[in-house]
Design a protein around this ligand. Structure first.
Ligand SMILES: Cc1ncc(COP(=O)(O)O)c(C=O)c1O
Length: 485
């Protein structure tokens, strides 16, 4: 495999002997990438096995699993992590988009160190919670009031309860491929399959886990992303039952799909007309800009769910929205309370993180994302490769090896139809093998700690991996040289 990699790039002028060799070189396979991964991350493999005796699967998050097993980390500094296996990797995972500043950022660390000696946990509020709430209100146009929890899962649940209480309706509309945490009410149809998903015109509500009662799936109306006419007609047909529509402007965990501007505008107009609460789940997409991704669309929801970056690396979720709806939490119509909600250290870290996230910082992050997208897609198109960077174009990017060149992802079902899962997984494993740590399902999350050189290295490494996988182009190139000879 390694010989193949260097060999592709370096053998420009070939004799007949070399051409014959090209015909016999196998493309980089998933099996080879897995084998290298197991060797390079053998300590992590052993730790997984050991840990499985006490923790199911070896760790408390299924999503950690990176092909054969998770990669155990010892420390993070700036844009890099170090693993127990002695590997130093550019962190493209960043705790699934949380660590927008990278690791061990001095301002964030010192804010926490200053806060700790005065006590960690109280049954009293402090000044810090209101300070972070005001920062979010200043940034996110639709947010007039904010309530904190410990996670976006919980804040999605709060948003649904608010919508139900203020409309008097029960059902929830959501998109296939949309992920809104692991609650019974919402872990539905984030990952349906061709076998259980039903017809695209009326997708089946599929529980993503055992243990979710059918009462919950019955309460969910599943919609298809970017299907303008179909979605409008389903919303109208079910308007009397629907409390809310919850969506990600760009989905993440259920597969990266960006919603069209005109599609979201239709959703805004129709939900307003029908009295359905429109909820944007910006748990990931808040990192798209100073005003969130909603600011870049220029469209305002009724409620916004936030998470990830707002806690600066500590657990925090939030729901924010119009005072009219949020006041239900104050006047007794809705009751939500959790022991650690708005935890002092989380709000301190969140405020420190947001302070660093100036308009200029977002420009830098988005500039890196644009460069990766433009350079790699142009390269791919030029060589007629199925590899593609996709997504809206902010610092949470998708990559996929499509089933053929030119295919794009516009709905969750396009993953079934057009994404070569094995080859995409091969890219993920091989990125780790070559010094980069992405989200294994085909996502990259950038941090402000990354330099231009880090981005250049990533682009070149992806080109090299794709070249090694792309057996079709190796054969084609070999054929054309053979003709010339
Ligand atoms: C869009 C979205 N909503 C909700 C959640 C749940 O967040 P948490 O894991 O903080 O509960 C996630 C997690 O990845 C997410 O991506």
């Amino acid at each position: 495999m390694r010989a193949n990699r260097g060999w592709n790039d370096k053998q420009a002028a070939l004799g007949l002997h070399s051409i014959e060799k090209r015909f016999t070189v196998a493309a980089l396979s998933l099996q080879q990438a897995q084998q290298t991964f197991i060797e390079r991350f053998s300590v992590s493999g052993r730790m997984t096995e050991e840990s499985r005796r006490s923790v199911p699967g070896g760790y408390s998050r299924n999503s950690f699993n990176f092909g054969p097993h998770a990669v155990f980390v010892t420390r993070g500094e700036g844009a890099y992590i170090e693993t127990v296996d002695g590997n130093r990797l550019l962190d493209l995972n960043n705790n699934y988009t949380v660590n927008v500043l990278g690791h061990h950022h001095p301002a964030l660390t010192s804010a926490l160190m200053d806060a700790i000696p005065n006590g960690i946990s109280f049954g009293n509020p402090g000044a810090q919670e209101g300070a972070l709430a005001r920062m979010l209100i200043e940034r996110i146009p639709s947010v007039e009031k904010v309530q904190f929890s410990c996670s976006a899962t919980e804040s999605c649940m709060t948003a649904i309860r608010l919508a139900r209480a203020t409309t008097g309706r029960t059902r929830i509309a959501k998109f296939e491929g949309g992920y809104h945490g692991f609650s019974d009410m919402l872990q539905i149809s984030a990952h349906p399959t061709p076998e259980n998903g039903g017809d695209a015109a009326a997708p089946v509500a599929v529980p993503d886990s055992g243990g979710i009662p059918s009462a919950n799936t019955d309460n969910v109306l599943v919609l298809t992303q970017n299907d303008l006419a179909g979605t409008e007609s389903l919303l109208r047909a079910h308007s009397q039952e629907l409390a809310c529509l919850i969506l990600e402007l760009q989905s993440g965990a259920g597969g990266m799909v960006a919603l069209d501007q005109e599609f979201v505008q239709m959703l805004r107009n129709v939900t307003r007309e029908l009295g359905i609460v429109l909820i944007f789940d910006e748990t990931i997409s808040l990192r798209a800009g100073y005003h969130g991704l909603q600011g870049r669309y220029g469209i305002t929801p009724d409620l916004t769910v936030m998470g990830k970056i707002i806690g600066g690396g500590l657990p925090l979720g939030a729901v924010g929205g119009s005072a009219e709806i949020m006041n239900a939490l104050e006047d007794g119509r809705v009751s939500i309370s959790g022991t650690h909600h708005g935890h002092k250290l989380s709000v301190v870290a969140g405020a420190a993180c947001l302070t660093e996230l100036t308009e200029e910082a977002f420009t830098t992050l988005n500039g890196h994302a644009q460069r990766i997208t433009t350079e790699l897609n142009a390269w791919s198109q030029e060589r007629n490769s199925p590899f593609r960077i996709h997504g809206w174009g902010f610092s949470h990017l998708g990559y996929a090896y499509m089933t053929s060149p030119g295919e794009v992802v516009r709905t969750h079902r396009d993953y079934w139809r057009h994404v070569d899962g094995d080859k995409t997984q091969t890219i993920s494993l091989e990125l780790a093998n070559r010094g980069y740590f992405p989200v294994h399902r085909g996502e990259m999350s950038l941090s402000l700690a990354m330099t231009d050189q880090d981005i250049s290295g990533l682009i070149e490494t992806l080109k090299s991996i794709v070249s090694d996988i792309d057996s079709e182009s190796v054969t084609k190139e070999a054929r054309s040289i053979a003709h010339a000879v």
